[in-house]
Design a protein around this ligand. Sequence first.
Ligand code: ZN
Length: 144
Amino acid sequence: MSSLDDLYRRVIMDHYQRPRNRGELNGEALTVNLNNPSCGDKIQLQMLVNDDKITDVKFLGEGCSISMSSASMMTQAVKGLSVEDALRMVEIFTGMMKGAEPEDVDIDLGDIEALQGVAKFPARINCAMLAWKALQQGVREKAE
Ligand code: ZN
């Protein structure tokens, strides 16, 4: 195992064991529930969107370390972003899961980069994508 794989594994386990933005939002939050039947992962994603900006986002759920750490990383990354930038992050992440090199993107992915190895395991891609699909669905509902 390379030291980079080891580092990525540690970042993933850190988000799994100490999830960021785990919980529920009060008030008129947009709520999306999604599950990934192939693995049994479930997520409830809630977000507050004001003036086209994601001002708060929280999630609840249960599932494998990939699905839960990805949800934690996603909420950390998109909180405070404009809806447009958040959707761009979804596109970048989707590309990464299809094997695109993160070096090709011009924004700082932070901890998300730790999930790039998932692209090599097709069975786990749906786990990693779950929270991102929920985000995409939520902001599209808001836009309608
Ligand atoms: Zn999973």
